[in-house]
Design a binder for this molecule. Structure first.
Ligand SMILES: *Cc1c(COP(=O)(O)O)cnc(C)c1O
Length: 230
């Protein structure tokens, strides 16, 4: 079942990429495993999927505190509170949801204490929905980046956004193309930083995100089935 869903998802990624002449290998699939047990993660890993995303610190602690198989990678993709940073830095390979200078500084400090440098993405709110975290405008993103660029314990890798939760295809496309344009601005403003990752697109809209330039898509339901919240 999960093998079939993985193959279908990879097929959709391939078709979306081909439709605009992009190489499918330029798009990474992240399997969003939140609410699903570790056994299901292992099963998908056994099918060749190596990148996973979790949105809650507590869940990462529960599922990923023991050593994991070689090659399995886990990113945090949900809002991170400063007081939980220390708990998470030793357990994940990247934090894709950095939304303030404050949290970036804490990540840097905690990573340096472990002798590592944490890859991060800056989360941007492209749809002006208050329910979502992320930088709200370019000015606040740049203000934070001016300082984040100086931090020794983090490495900027790019940008992340969640498309509009309500609204149609046109609105979603606009949100993704806005992030793409922002990536270009960031590249010219900070030529010494790496903005190559554009994480956007979920189960409902990842083909569209790929057509708008996503290099990483975060897919949960399409791979694992519906989530049951306890
Ligand atoms: C849950 C989640 C996803 C995946 O959502 P699906 O619709 O199940 O694919 C992607 N990104 C983030 C940040 C999430 O929290």
């Amino acid at each position: 079942m999960v093998q079939k869903r993985l193959e279908e998802t990879l097929g959709e990624i391939e078709r979306a990429a081909a439709s605009i002449g992009r190489a499918p290998s330029s798009i990474q699939l992240m399997a969003v495993s939140k609410t699903h047990p570790y056994e299901e993660i292992l099963e998908l890993f056994g099918c060749g999927q190596f990148l996973f995303g979790e949105n809650r610190v507590q869940e990462v602690v529960e599922k990923f505190s023991s050593p994991r198989p070689e090659g399995m990678r886990v990113h945090l993709i949900g809002h991170l509170q400063s007081n939980k940073v220390k708990k998470i830095v030793g357990l994940v390979d990247a934090i894709d949801s950095v939304d303030s200078l404050k949290v970036a500084s804490k990540i840097s400090e905690a990573s340096l204490a472990l002798n590592k440098r944490m890859p991060i993405l800056l989360q941007y709110n492209t749809s002006e929905e208050d329910s979502k975290s992320g930088f709200e405008n370019e000015a606040s993103l740049y203000e934070a980046l001016d300082s984040i660029a100086q931090l020794q314990g983090v490495t900027v890798r790019g940008l992340m956004t969640i498309g509009p939760l309500h609204g149609g295809e046109e609105e979603t496309r606009k949100a993704f193309s806005l992030l793409r344009a922002l990536q270009d601005s960031c590249i010219s403003r900070y030529p010494h930083l790496d903005f190559s990752t554009l994480s956007m697109g979920m189960s409902g809209d990842f083909p569209l995100a790929i057509r708008e330039g996503a290099t990483m898509v975060r897919v949960g339901t399409r791979l694992f089935g519906k989530r049951e919240y306890l």
